[in-house]
Write a protein that binds this ligand. Structure first.
Ligand code: COA
Length: 168
């Protein structure tokens, strides 16, 4: 399994992965829009042993109200082709993306997702922080990871995703 940066030859395969993994075209279109409009982004693909792209992850900046000085990233979306799911591709992509965020000295990462999946990577339920999501979602599905100790200590606010997310 290889995780590498996405390049411009990968776009159609990446789109196909999101179309296959999610119910509608929303996430596939979101990826195309974020790639064009959000900066900086982290966009990685997972390659199978026979050299096919079988997974993709994108991370883009989010804002925390009242804290323009913080660099917080939002993990979304992440997808693996259905026939390759539960083989570790998603986990490897998530770990690589977190590592890149640390190397780039971002402050924190947020994710909206399943409460049984993301804690294994170090995400904590958002209620452990004074940070809320702009969307009306169950508290346990909005999770936060500080990229160094105390990154979010004393920080209060609402996380706002890139405007492209409004079309989801
Ligand atoms: C979620 C997803 C990216 C995980 O990738 P993956 O390669 O299948 O996952 P891994 O092999 O690394 O990890 C497997 C674990 O994830 C869990 N898992 C897989 N999909 C899950 C989901 N949608 N919700 C919660 N847990 C999930 C499995 O139950 C398994 O748990 P276990 O280790 O406790 O047995 C992939 O299943 C997928 O593309 N799902 C459809 C799209 C989606 O829901 N994306 C996430 C929302 S943005």
């Amino acid at each position: 399994m290889i995780i590498r940066a996405e390049n411009n030859n990968d776009y159609s395969q990446v789109r196909a992965i999101h179309l296959a993994a999610f119910e509608g075209p929303g996430e596939a279109t979101l990826v195309d829009q974020l790639r064009a409009k959000a900066t900086p982004i982290i966009s990685l693909v997972a390659m199978s042993d026979d050299n096919n792209i079988v997974g993709h992850i994108m991370i883009s900046p989010v804002g925390l109200s009242g804290h323009d000085d913080l660099n917080i990233m939002g993990l979304a979306p992440v997808a693996v082709l259905p026939e390759y799911q539960n083989k570790g591709f998603g986990s490897e992509m998530i770990r690589s993306a977190i590592k890149q965020c640390q190397q780039l000295k971002f402050d924190a990462i947020v994710v909206l997702g399943h409460e049984n999946y993301y804690p294994r990577f170090g995400f904590k339920i958002s209620t452990e922080f004074s940070i809320r999501c702009e969307y009306d979602v169950p508290a346990e599905n909005f999770m936060v990871m500080e990229l160094y100790e105390g990154a979010l200590t004393g920080k209060t606010g609402t996380v706002k995703y890139h405007p492209c997310f409004a079309n989801l």
